[in-house]
Ligand binder design. Sequence first.
Ligand SMILES: *Cc1c(COP(=O)(O)O)cnc(C)c1O
Length: 524
Amino acid sequence: MSMNTQGRQTTPDAITVSEHETVSGNKGLAQSEKLIFEIGTPRRSGVDFPKLKGTKSRLGHMARTGKIGLPGLSEPEAMRHYVRLSQKNYAIDMGVYPLGSCTMKHNPRLNEKMARLPGFADLHPLQPRGTVQGALELMDELSHWICTLTGMPVVALSPKAGAHGELCGMMAIRAALDAKGAAHKRRVLVPESAHGTNPATAVLCGFSIDSIPANDAGRVDMAALRAKLGDAKEKNDVAGIMLTNPNTCGLFENDIIEIAELIHGAQGYFYCDGANFNALVGRVRPGDLGIDAMHLNLHKTFSTPHGGGGPGSGPTVLSEALAPFAPVPYVEKHKDGWRLVENADDKSFGRTSGTSFGRMTAFHGQMGMFTRALAYMLSHGSDGLKQATEDAVLNANYVQASLSGEMSPAFGGICMHEALFSDEFLEGTGVETLDFAKAMIDEDYHPMTMYFPLVVKGAMLIEPTESESKAELDRFIDVMNSLAKRAKAGDAEFFKAAPIYAPLRRLDETKAARTPVLRWRQDI
Ligand SMILES: *Cc1c(COP(=O)(O)O)cnc(C)c1O
């Protein structure tokens, strides 16, 4: 039996090309692609250096004698390999990306152009201060607008993702408690509808978690919260609350002001997960709600690319009470220009004057993302940012209303920036949320977020963002409604077979998660 280079049989009578298989493994001009180690050979190279004459290696016995183990490819082979891989990526630039809680919105090209200006792109963090004044000014201006939009006095720009921002906020809370001699306050209340990173962050900072159930409306159960604080009065060990707003059910926490008052009444701090600030910008200022610390995801709310397109950035705003504990470095304007306050114990200047909890990253944070986020803010203006918020919420409600006939909305009423469904409409069909998502792949739609939040059975969380037009949403809605009808009509087999057009069909996801193979080895 002979095999082709893709490891497929080529002996004619052995070929059993099923309806959806091809001899090559390629499908509809999409190439099947192996790992670079499998297609490369050490003898091939993309460059051709002449042998050096008259030189002697100075490496001595340190010179490598064994194989280097890197794959060798010609230039066109290397080029094609990476282009083919890139084509396997689904991207916001290709179509609707309804991944709930992730805010996959359009990344305006103007932002990219600004971030590529050599004055921002070609800087080094160790350059002398006098040569980076423009970059520091940009950071200061971004801080100003973040503080203005959130109604908070200070912001720490250095956290490099949403979860990193949570860490920043909780470290500030811990430092503030310790400074007050309240180191016994180590219990953090976390509602069930909070993002999973919230309890993880609190535990990482040495707090214990106390979960608050959600009520029937998908929001914090206030009676349960009061009960938790009731016994806290005796023990007084509540450090604070970590609340996601809008929460992971896509709902605004209506009792947020009362929650802030209750927490402050128990001498605790209010951490708000602001990753979903894109549902609030221009409409609500978190500072007015009594929040003490909140991170923003520039890579969600302010459109900087993420999910393979770029690094995250999680600036964290802090209230007056927490401001002295903010991490270094941060930008300050002085008579002679802008400078970075670098040392946590620097008592001579800076708002922290020796009280900063320390440093979270080697340098100052994600400069490229700061540039993009400020470009987004300035090009939209305050009216444009508010409009983007309103359009995102309108789009989500349009999706929720249009799918409510066939699918099952998890909660009644209006949602914020994302629409949440349960798997109730699939009951008795033999089709599960996962099968439904796989069928979406065949329709060329990236699946929505699944099985999250945990408070809803078989959850499907759809976040269209403001980027999508009505025509695009209508196409998506048509597909979703048709799939729901098909499932209810009893065609479970169709769903169990999906995806049939993807380069690889169903993967063993459990095995991939439990025994991941992260490194290529010859013998595997
Ligand atoms: C995305 C998200 C996070 C985590 O942000 P990362 O940048 O991925 O660390 C935290 N909370 C909520 C509500 C989110 O949506």
